[in-house]
Every structure is written in C-alpha cells, then in structure tokens.
Design a protein around this ligand. Structure first.
Ligand code: PLP
Length: 434
C-alpha cells in the first residue's frame, strides 16, 4: 500500500488493483474531456473542492450535529460542519443552515417534514411547467405523503401568473407553498408569492436547486428575505459536491434539523461536508460573482443564437443559466434530439415544455444550460459557435454522416481548448479564498 491518494482523479493508482474499474474510469474521463456539456444541472468541481473531499474523511463515522455527535473522534468533523454552516449562512444571508441533506430531493422532503403533517395540502409548480418531480408531482414521497396541488403557467405566455397561484391558494388553503423550478427560464417574483403565502397562512419554501450559485453570486435576485425556507442541491450552479442543503429562519431551525436527522436520514458524510464547505468558500469570492454573471450572459448568448438559427424557445429567451427549445418543428422529440446531439459530442437533455403534448417520456423540448461550459472559461464567440453546431446536428436529422463526424471532431477540439480534465484551474483566484 502506498501513500493515501490525494488526487481523486489519479486512475493510474487503481490500474494494478482493479484494472476493470480503472478502464471504466479512463473511458469516463475521455468522454468528459471530449464532449461539450450543456446539461443545465451539470458543472465541474474545482481542484480545491476535490482536494477538500479527501478520501480519508470516508473513514469518519459521524451522526448527529456538531457538539451533539454519537461517536467519538469528531473534533475535525464538528469544525468542518460548523464552517460549512457558517459559510452557507453568510452566503445566502440566512439565520440557519443545515448542510446534511444527501441530495436536493432529500432537502425538499426534510423541509416538508419540518412544517407539514401527513395529508396536508401543499402547492407546487407542475412538472410539465418546469417544477421538480419532488415538489410538483405524485411520484415522490412528498406527493404520496402530502396532498400536492400543482399550479401551472399562463397558457398563452408560458409564464408564471401570480393571480392564478393566488386563486389556487385561496381554494386549497395549503399549509406550505413550494416555489422554484427545474426548467423555467424566467425569474420568479418571490415577493408576490410571499403575499399569497401570508394571505392563506402558508409556509413559503423556495427550491433553489438550479439557481443556488446564481443567487449566491448575485447574478439573479435572492428569495432569502421573502421565504421561510430555501432548499438547494449543492452541485449545480453552486459548483459543490453532489448533496443538498437547507436554509431557514432561526425559528424553524430545530424543526428542520430534526427533520433531516433523524426523521429523513441517518449519519452524515464528512467528506461531502468538507467539499460543501470548500465550495461555499469559493462562492463567497469575487471570482465566483464574476463567474455567475458570465453564466447568465452565456445563457442569453446561447438562447439568442439558437433563435437566430430559427429555433423556438419557451418564453423567447432566458433570464437564468438555462433555456428550453421546442423541437416539434423539427419533427422529432426532445429525447431523440438529445441523443443526436450526444452522438455529435454535445450533451443536453430532453425536457418537457409547458403543456407538453408528449408527456415526460416523449418530451417536446430540449434543455441547455451554461454553468459547466462557463466554468471551463467559454464565453460569447465560442458559445455562438456551439449554437451553430447544435443547429447543424438537429438539421442533420440524426444521420451518421460527415456532418455528424465534423461536429463531433469540432466539439472535441473546442473542449480541448478549454482545458482537458484536471488541467490547471482558472475559475477562482486562490488568493481570495477565505
Ligand atoms: C436538481 C433538482 C433537485 C435535486 O435533485 P437531486 O437529484 O435529489 O439532487 C431538486 N429540485 C430541483 C428544482 C432541481 O432542479
């Protein structure tokens, strides 16, 4: 046995022990370094965040909260979790943070468990309108335990309509209202929802999973002063490990903490907590603020260029990191269009559009986001070129021909130009880290 491996990307260390997995990892690293990732939820971790997630921390058995753990040896895990909590509160201007949720959906479940009783009515954005399945549909445990009443968008504009939401709230008298989305390309009016929540006496919960980084970096307005609870995935625009967090008022702190552990979850993962603390530290820097501004600028640039190429975009554009193209005019469904693009080295996902006639299995939309490519350093001119490549592939109709081959080669070339896997990081000025 050699030294503990600090570089988590060092595949060569694995080759002797398990060549099969080593080969799989090499294939994966090659895939990542030769494709342009426009998946809206995707991002890349900085070397600092990866290093903070030191493999030795997997050996720490940790349950409970700092100062109230159930096992010995927690001096450092207490300090790491306190640091993550403190940074989360500073970053989002919140009174309390819980950084233990395993993922975004678990953060939502815990938030619901903190404020609702089984059977209680709760409002959430319809999944077809861009709501996440954990807050707007019947599939998730939230939909099974509570009476989720979905609200939709205005059919003519595909935009949120706060009078409609108010009408649903007056009728249903929900105990909680979920807001936030997974694929709504416009900003929310959280103040208007606060009024609705106050009128019916509901707790207001914003699921900011997609936009947490943009909010932290100031690229879009924060719901913090309007809502009681915010839930988030930490790995999307926030650029941390695959986990979740909850932010709330001091008043709700104990209920939220108890809901996360022991009601919804067991022990916590200190390796992840360390990565979250590091990511939140980066998110407090000026470089991160610049990054999030660039994410939105790139998103607008991508949307504008797709429209120039003749694509129909839901709401005719975007105000955040993502946009949604209606691919019905091409005579293809979004899932198939996403496969065509993937064959040509460009990653996206098939996604429902408002009032989608196809349903979740045959969605009519394609979703694109710019969080990952912006982390790599891409900006306007190259984003415009990528939009052109997308257009070429979709007009090529999925044929395996010279067009597809050319785009795949160009996509790999572009990707190489923006640093292959694990190359020097240029998103964050290390001097600034606190
Ligand atoms: C990504 C996402 C989640 C979290 O999903 P997990 O897979 O559980 O991490 C929750 N809500 C929204 C709106 C999301 O976009």
């Amino acid at each position: 046995m050699g030294e503990p491996v600090s570089g988590v990307d060092d595949v060569s260390a694995l080759r002797g022990a398990d060549a099969t997995i080593a080969r799989m990892l090499e294939e994966e690293l090659t895939r990542q370094s030769t494709t342009i990732n426009l998946i809206a939820a995707a991002n890349y971790l900085s070397p600092a965040v990866r290093s903070a997630m030191h493999p030795a921390l997997e050996s720490v058995h940790c349950e409970g909260y700092p100062g109230r753990r159930y096992h010995q040896g927690q001096t450092v895990s207490d300090a790491i979790e306190r640091l993550a909590v403190d940074r989360a509160c500073r970053l989002f201007g919140s009174e309390h943070a819980n950084v233990q949720p395993y993922r975004g959906t678990m953060a939502n479940l815990a938030a619901a468990m903190a404020v609702l009783e089984p059977g209680d009515p709760v409002l959430g954005l319809q999944t077809a309108a861009g709501g996440h399945y954990s807050t707007g549909g019947p599939l998730h445990l939230i939909g099974r335990m509570f009476r989720v009443v979905p609200y939709g968008l205005r059919p003519d504009t595909a935009r949120l309509d706060y009078d409609l939401i108010r009408a649903v709230a007056r009728r249903e008298r929900p105990r909680a209202i979920f807001c936030g989305d997974t694929s709504y390309p416009q900003l929310w009016d959280f103040g208007a929802l606060r009024d609705v929540a106050d009128e019916v006496g509901a707790v207001l919960i914003a699921d900011i999973s997609q936009s947490a980084g943009l909010i932290a970096g100031g690229a879009i307005p924060s719901p913090a002063r309007h809502v009681d609870i915010m839930t988030a995935a930490t790995y999307k625009t926030l650029r941390g490990p695959r986990a979740g967090l909850i932010l709330c008022t001091a008043e709700l702190a104990d209920r939220v903490d108890r809901a996360v552990y022991p009601i919804c979850q067991g022990g916590t993962n200190v390796r992840i907590l360390s990565g979250i603390a590091a990511a939140l530290g980066e998110a407090l820097t000026e470089s991160f603020r610049v990054y999030t501004g660039q994410v939105v600028e790139n998103s607008r640039c991508l949307a504008d260029n797709l429209m120039l190429w003749g694509f129909d975009l839901v709401t005719d554009g975007t105000e955040n990191h993502a946009c949604l193209a209606d691919v019905r005019p091409l005579g293809v469904t979004g899932d198939v269009a996403a496969q065509w693009l993937a064959s040509a080295g460009i990653l996206s996902n098939g996604n429902q559009i408002p009032n989608d006639p196809g349903g979740p299995r045959r969605p009519s939309g394609l979703r694109f986001g710019t969080a990952a490519v912006t982390t790599l350093g891409m900006d306007g001119p190259v984003i415009a070129e990528v939009a052109g490549l997308v257009s070429q592939v979709l007009r090529n109709g999925g044929r395996q021909n010279a067009v597809e081959e050319q785009v795949r080669a160009r996509a790999a070339e572009i990707r190489y130009g923006y640093h292959a896997w694990n190359d020097a990081w240029r998103g964050i000025d290390v001097e600034e880290l606190v």
